[in-house]
Design a protein around this ligand. Structure first.
Ligand SMILES: [Zn+2]
Length: 332
């Protein structure tokens, strides 16, 4: 069997296990827990309880904000900031990690949101030489430089939160991002919440974290105790609903084309590197999860993936040259 008969994942997909019926471990895990993962009444109660806990803790700590949220200008972060402000009455600090890959689309939408929601918003930037060093190392070892942005975004949000006594970080990961590689409850919302940077990164990188532990190159801020919540674990809302809401509320502008991650100009390079390394497109796992949850038909998912292959197999040479110049290395 070359592909899972339910979600279509190839048997070459990382950490996949197929059973005798040709169904993958991710489909089996989702089947087992689907009832709980789709019980939005109960999930929403759990979310509310965490929000109340965070507000109480922020009061006790005399913290200037109840929570921190990352904002790149994309729809997920922008949508949840509006919700936290307007529906949950939270004092939100928004931050943007300035990695040198931002686009006009992202920056303009950040400004629109900041004005419309009247919130404090900060840019975090770090030593560029240090950042480029990490990009190069990640490219050489795994070809995945997005992991470096994830790490430093979350590193700085945990650092800020712990310095100011802010008890909560809310993130905009989508359900398909959260559940795409889930095959155990460990480190998975809503079963387990993260209370530290290390626990949060375990949710994204799994056992890679155990390998890195104890090495001096990565600081997991062991003293920072902050809870993380993935908003979309507890709320059911489609991408179209998010975009329509944002257009109306803050004058948010949609991306000009249907390519994902319009908030990062190097996204095409990430796609190309991933495709070359793995032989399948970057969002294969996410689309498989959308097939499992019936948000997409298997045929539609296959069509999108074929189009991704076509788009990213031969990226714009000028963009690739700009990318390698940005990170300071020769093309791989
Ligand atoms: Zn499957």
């Amino acid at each position: 069997m070359e592909h899972c008969i339910k979600c279509g994942l190839p048997k070459t997909y990382p950490k996949i296990k197929m059973d005798q019926e040709g169904v993958c471990c991710f489909c089996r895990f989702y089947e087992k827990h689907q009832q709980n993962l789709d019980d939005y009444n109960s999930l929403h109660r759990q979310f509310l309880a965490e929000i109340e806990k965070a507000k109480e803790k922020a009061r006790k700590n005399h913290a200037p904000y109840d929570c921190i949220v990352g904002l790149s200008g994309g729809k997920d972060g922008a949508y949840l900031i509006c919700q936290l402000r307007k529906v949950y009455g939270m004092r939100v600090l928004a931050y943007t990690f300035d990695n040198g890959f931002s686009t006009d689309f992202g920056r303009q939408n950040c400004e629109r949101l900041k004005k419309a929601m009247d919130i404090d918003h900060i840019y975090i930037s770090m030593k560029d030489s240090e950042l480029r060093k990490f990009y190069r190392a990640a490219l050489k070892v795994t070809r995945n430089f997005c992991s470096i942005c994830f790490h430093f975004m979350h590193y700085h949000s945990h650092l800020l939160a712990s310095r100011f006594g802010i008890p909560l970080i809310v993130n905009g990961r989508t359900r398909s991002q959260i559940y795409q590689n889930a095959c155990e409850e460990k480190g998975l919302e809503p079963f387990e919440l993260s209370h530290s940077l290390k626990e949060f990164e375990y949710q994204m990188f799994g056992r890679l974290l155990d390998k890195l532990d104890g090495q001096s190159c990565v600081d997991f801020l062991p003293e920072a105790e902050v809870t993380s919540l993935s908003y979309f674990t507890y709320h059911q809302v489609t991408d179209e609903e998010k975009m329509a809401y944002l257009e109306k509320e803050i004058g948010w502008e949609r991306p000009k084309n249907a390519k994902p991650h319009a908030d990062c100009w190097a996204h095409e390079a990430a796609e190309k590197l991933f495709l070359d390394k793995n032989g399948f497109p970057l969002r294969t796992g996410e689309l498989a999860q959308m097939v499992r949850s019936k948000e997409l038909s298997p045929e539609k998912a296959e069509e999108i993936l074929l189009e991704d292959r076509r788009l990213y197999d031969s990226p714009d040479p000028a963009l690739m040259a700009r990318f390698y110049e940005r990170v300071g290395m020769k093309p791989l």
